[in-house]
Design a protein around this ligand. Structure first.
Ligand SMILES: [Zn+2]
Ligand SMILES: [Zn+2]
Length: 364
């Protein structure tokens, strides 16, 4: 049974202290590279980035329970012989979960996304007080979902359970960022397997498999089965709507039927959030705060055929994916609405630029 990483940490420290307190004081000389995360981002020679356990904080390296082997030594109850269970010591959990993070295909710019870490604070401080509060509420709602999702993964679905997290909002509102926070939380903190896919990239991969004569199932099956699947830009496609929806339906359907946890982000508006509601809410936000000078009118008035000035699509989600698929999603989804928070990403990027310039030009 999966326990949270904090529980395991406590357990490991307790065991170590009971074992031989004096030995545990032995310091690990390697520098800490993780700022409290237990993992850090390492770069390969080809520039690719990946997760690695902090060489200072990795408890296996100083573990006296297993002498850093990671193996659990125990007596066989029947034969009485001593046997080693490979990777049976709990101190290997950080390495195991780091491997799971690496298997999740998280895009590089979101590798460090994590609830309550710096980046979110940078983005948030540029929002008006009411939008910052809303962002905070969204974060709390998403964390609650993770706790519930952990239960669904371990115990299965109960009637009426919501096991899909739908993050809806305009481009740049931080919904992908918080979605990745949720995905990483379910992997790192709760120990589940997860995968991130960008919907358009997936379609591209499938098309590619046709020309290379590879099996489409090899791509789809892991996505159907994984504990947590995050689909970024849900419903976003271009030309072949019917074919695209067929692929989407495949994923949605199999995950729906098997009660599997899914996180999706979209800027297609779901039915319960009507275009008018969003319009008036954005006006209210604009009136109450100092968020932006950008125009808030909607796509129909804007004349744009695909996406509106506020970063939403002109057509609704049910129009895009069809009523049948929409109903399934609606039945199982907790929606979190990012309307109005369109300056989050832009401000985060601006802030980063300012700080970078400051370090390069101390005269300014
Ligand atoms: Zn560290
Ligand atoms: Zn150990």
């Amino acid at each position: 049974m999966t326990r949270s990483i904090d529980d395991i940490m406590k357990n490991v420290s307790e065991k170590m202290s009971k074992r031989n307190p004096a030995e545990n004081k032995e310091a690990n000389e390697a520098p800490c590279l993780c700022q409290g995360r237990y993992y850090f981002i390492k770069r390969k020679e080809n520039g690719e980035r990946f997760f690695e356990v902090c060489p200072h904080c990795n408890p296996r390296l100083t573990c006296k329970i297993c002498d850093s082997t990671g193996n659990l030594i125990q007596k066989n109850k029947v034969t009485g012989a001593t046997e080693a269970i490979p990777n049976g010591c709990e101190c290997v959990v950080w390495e195991a979960r780091t491997r799971k993070l690496n298997a999740a295909n998280i895009p590089e710019k979101y590798l460090l996304a994590e609830f309550s870490f710096d980046n979110i604070q940078y983005g948030k401080k540029h929002l008006s007080p009411n939008l910052a509060e809303k962002f905070e509420e969204n974060q709390a709602q998403i964390r609650d979902f993770c706790e519930h999702a952990d239960n669904v993964i371990l115990e299965g679905v109960n009637p009426g359970d919501k096991y899909t997290l739908g993050l809806v909002g305009p481009v740049g509102s931080g919904k992908t960022y918080l979605g990745v926070c949720a995905l990483k939380d379910l992997i790192w903190h709760y120990g589940h397997n997860g995968k991130f896919i960008d919907f358009q990239a997936l379609l591209h991969k499938i098309r590619d498999s046709y020309t290379k004569n590879l099996s489409e199932d090899e791509i789809m099956e892991p996505l159907r089965r994984v504990d947590v699947l995050m689909i970024d830009e849900f419903g976003k496609g271009r030309a072949e709507k019917e074919w695209e929806n067929e692929k989407l339906d495949d994923l949605v359907n199999s995950r729906y039927n098997n009660g599997r946890v899914t996180i999706l982000t979209t800027n297609y508006v779901p039915k319960h959030l009507s275009i008018n509601q969003i319009h008036s809410r954005q006006n209210a936000d604009r009136g109450a705060g100092k968020t932006s000078s950008q125009t808030w009118f909607l796509g129909e008035e804007n004349g744009s055929k695909t996406s509106s000035a506020d970063g939403y699509q002109v057509i609704t989600l049910s129009e895009r994916i069809g009523e049948r698929m929409y109903d399934r999603i609606q039945e199982t989804t907790v929606w979190v609405d990012f309307t109005g928070i369109s300056s989050f990403r832009k401000k985060m990027a601006e802030d980063f630029l300012v700080r970078m310039n400051e370090t390069q030009d101390p005269q300014k």
